[in-house]
Design a protein around this ligand. Structure first.
Ligand code: 3PG
Length: 202
């Protein structure tokens, strides 16, 4: 099954304290969002992926903000189940392909999407969704690139997600709104579960 079809929303998570990783993942899973992208933007990110992979088997935890082949190797050893990149270079897409994991390479233009589709990669992250043209841009891509599907991410919130999800070329959306920094810092797992269940109902 495709990464885009597992859940309507992929929480994009920035982990500052590794101790929050497991309870956060449990709250997201309880709320109905089992696919979790941990961004490799903070020092504890890899350890967070490893703990979630080991302790929350119901979650499908992946690594986001993949920028280099070293990131791919680190994500694989941490136990990541999928890879997401904000943009795409040739060496990066070759590395993600060689990893054997499902992956969503980033694209923000018709040319980038076409270059990936030429390689047979037709499920992409559309990033940064809102600044790059949002719903209108994706709608415009549907005509010429009907076989390419997206997970738009970047600036999307609960209120704007439905407009994206209504598009035929959108499988799911991603965003950080499910795991606000203050809820993570204070351990407010109930709030994260509630945000997840609102999103899971989309
Ligand atoms: C990403 O890497 O996908 C973005 O940083 C998402 O962040 P946002 O939902 O806060 O825009």
């Amino acid at each position: 099954m495709s990464l885009l079809d597992l859940a309507p929303v992929i929480p994009v998570v920035v982990i500052d304290d590794v101790e929050t990783a497991v309870p956060m993942a449990r709250a997201l899973v309880s709320g109905g969002l089992p696919v979790i992208e941990v961004t490799l933007r903070t020092a504890p990110a890899l350890e967070a992926i490893a703990r979630i992979a080991a302790e929350v088997p119901e979650a499908q935890v992946g690594a986001g903000t993949i920028r280099t082949n070293d990131d791919i190797a680190a994500a694989l050893s941490a136990g990541a189940k999928f890879l997401v990149s904000p943009g795409t270079t040739l060496s990066l897409v070759e590395g993600m392909d060689a990893s054997g994991l499902p992956y969503l390479p980033g694209a923000a233009t018709a040319s980038e999407a076409m270059a990936l589709a030429e390689r047979g990669v037709k499920e992409l992250k559309f990033f940064p969704a809102e600044p790059a043209g949002g719903v209108a841009y994706l709608k415009a891509l549907q005509g010429p690139l009907p076989d390419v599907r997206f997970c738009p991410t970047g600036g999307i919130r609960l209120t704007t997600a439905p407009d994206y999800l209504a598009l035929p070329n959108v499988g799911c959306v991603g965003g950080t709104w499910l795991t606000p920094a203050d809820a993570l810092a204070s351990g407010d797992w109930g709030r994260i579960e509630k945000l997840a269940s609102e999103a899971a109902a989309l």
